[in-house]
Write a protein of this length. Structure first.
Length: 302
């Protein structure tokens, strides 16, 4: 099999190498010269100088995997690709696009004879070695075409990837996945904060996290990551208490409001991230001033 891969960030480059090792010929392109140069000479990987050259090097009905940020980057690239594609080609959006955008794109592209798959991808920078979890949305025919690549990219040929449903289902599943991830991460972080607060009990958080990895109901890859982090830097010195959010948590919470399905844990985890970004500073200052005005409580200089 052959596949065109657009976008050679850390995950895109890792996917290219995993595909190549699995016997899939990968023709790649990225706007960044250095990203292309990093893969130059790798077995079973070719780097094209532009999108037109990438499409020209692929035979027959082409499969193009786009590993790009959601929003303008994916929209602009699809627009650039349209004159270079032919009926029967398959475009796979492996970024974290909003599922409603994916549904819209699938409809528009189908009218031009093109297939579209929305692929939610989880695995991060470790996916190259351990495989990527793939959540796919699209028609049965489009999934059948992409399946050989999915089997190579996934942790195992028959597990770790799923045709979730029609267009939009893959990115919807990934959106919910990331919302769950927010809640799990928040719970682990709060729990270890409680442990760190009781210095008198002399609990080693890294060793405890490692212990919990075996037999405990909270064992997980996130817990494994916590164990490694705390072993290397128990006090977390040098790390700013600021947590970014990529947008999928916001979409998850908005969806819960629209559907009337309560998601208090995910919502509070998202609010905590907003707070870490400074969004609570004004409210906290006002709280301090109210206490000062009604009770004469001291405030601290900002």
């Amino acid at each position: 099999m052959q596949i065109g891969l657009v976008g050679l960030g850390r995950m895109g480059a890792g996917m290219a190498r995993r595909l190549a090792l699995g016997g899939v010929r990968a023709v790649c392109w990225d706007r960044d010269d250095a990203a292309r140069a990093a893969l130059a000479g790798a077995a079973n990987i070719e780097c094209a100088e532009n999108l037109a050259a990438l499409c020209a090097r692929l035979d027959g009905e082409r499969v193009l995997l786009l590993m790009l940020p959601a929003g303008e980057a994916i929209e602009d690239t699809i627009r650039e690709l349209l004159p270079l594609t032919s009926a029967g080609d398959t475009l796979v959006d492996g970024g974290n696009s909003y599922y409603r955008d994916s549904m819209r794109r699938a409809m528009a592209l189908s009218q031009q004879g093109l297939r579209y798959i929305d692929a939610g991808v989880s695995g991060g920078i470790h996916g190259e070695a351990h495989g990527y979890c793939l959540m796919l949305g699209g028609t049965p025919k489009s999934i059948e075409i992409f399946a050989p690549a999915a089997r190579v990219l996934a942790p195992h040929a028959e597990s770790g990837w799923l045709h979730c449903g029609p267009s939009g289902a893959g990115h919807y599943a990934k959106m919910v996945h990331n919302g769950i991830e927010y809640g799990m991460m928040q719970a682990l972080a709060e729990g270890f904060a409680l442990l760190a607060a009781r210095k008198d009990l002399d609990i080693d958080p890294a060793r405890l996290a490692e212990t919990w990895r075996y037999g405990s109901v909270v064992r997980s890859w996130l817990l494994e990551l916590c164990a490694g982090i705390l072993k290397d830097n128990e006090s977390l010195a040098g790390i700013a208490p600021v947590v970014a959010d990529s947008g999928e948590g916001r979409w998850t919470v908005a969806e819960s409001i629209e559907l009337g399905v309560p998601t208090p844990v995910i919502t509070l985890a998202l609010m905590s991230r907003f707070s870490s970004q400074g969004s609570s500073d004004f409210a906290r200052r006002l709280l301090a001033m109210m206490r000062a005005r009604f009770g004469g409580h001291a405030t601290q200089p900002g």
